[in-house]
Design a protein around this ligand. Structure first.
Ligand SMILES: [Ca+2]
Ligand SMILES: [Ca+2]
Ligand SMILES: [Ca+2]
Length: 263
């Protein structure tokens, strides 16, 4: 996302512009979303796509592990794959995974890259041609990150999507229960901030009979970035304040897309 990169640069410039630059090294911002389409290599599943389209942990600067999960009735789903996707392009990644120009129910701005899970059933088949964005992932940064900002797109099942575990401090402006966020309507955006975390486990979306989309499930996509602490407290406080507001700059009115079975 060009806008996000610009904001990162602005925030870092603002922090460094306060005169502490000679005393301390720069804050190090990590975009959670590579600016190219492809599959995120997970530590347990690797990639299903070709090497050229496989985005490795060394490129990312962090590792992702995909975890299995259960629905409300105890049905177990295999770990999901995780892709970087831009809406403006159709993709056929193989293995039955096809992303259309328009999704049944979850449509981010066409010019933005978002992480989108690809849900599997218990027998290893993709669900909804790979277009059901449900999954559980562990992100490991290998160091304490001063701030990790996550944006969650299209939460329509209340208190099913959010943080299941972290060693950091959880904050959100949304209504939350035990790290899980309230619904935010069709194509709505919610955000979470984690402070001083080295890892987090995130549930994206929901499937099962308690979903408002009972035939499929509620798909959710992810964006965000992380900043490692390397600035002194006074400027850090200002910098993080800017980061907190940065997320709201990206909010736009989304075109409401009617859906019957979409997630
Ligand atoms: Ca695409
Ligand atoms: Ca939706
Ligand atoms: Ca979908």
């Amino acid at each position: 996302m060009q806008k996000r990169n610009f904001l990162q640069a602005t925030v870092i410039s603002a922090v460094l512009g306060l005169g502490f630059v000679s005393a301390m090294p720069a804050a190090n911002a990590t975009n959670l979303i590579p600016q190219r389409e492809g599959e995120i290599e997970t530590t347990d599943l690797g990639c299903i796509v070709s090497a050229a389209n496989c985005i490795t942990s060394s490129e990312l600067g962090f590792t992702v592990t995909s975890l299995g999960y259960q629905d409300i009735d105890g049905n177990t789903y295999a770990p999901s794959r995780l892709f970087v996707d831009k809406g403006a392009t159709e993709n056929n990644w193989g293995g039955g995974i096809r992303f259309g120009f328009t999704d049944l129910g979850t449509n981010t701005s066409r010019d933005e890259y978002w992480l989108r899970p690809v849900a599997y059933d218990s027998s290893g088949g993709v669900r909804e041609n790979g277009q059901l964005e449900v999954g559980r992932f562990r992100f490991d940064f290998g160091q304490k990150m001063a701030e990790i900002m996550l944006e969650l797109f299209d939460i329509e099942d209340a208190f099913k999507t959010g943080i299941l575990a972290t060693d950091g401090i959880f904050e959100t402006n949304a209504v939350a229960r035990d790290g899980l966020l309230d619904q935010h309507g069709d194509n709505g955006k919610s955000s979470i901030t984690l402070r001083n975390a080295t890892y987090f486990v995130l549930q994206l979306g929901n499937t099962g009979r308690d979903s408002v989309f009972r035939r499929t499930g509620d798909g959710v996509r992810l964006s965000g970035f992380a900043v490692s602490r390397s600035v002194p407290e006074p400027s850090a406080a200002i910098g993080f304040g800017l980061l907190a507001t940065a997320g709201t700059f990206g909010l736009k009115k989304r075109k409401k897309i009617s859906e019957e079975i979409g997630n």
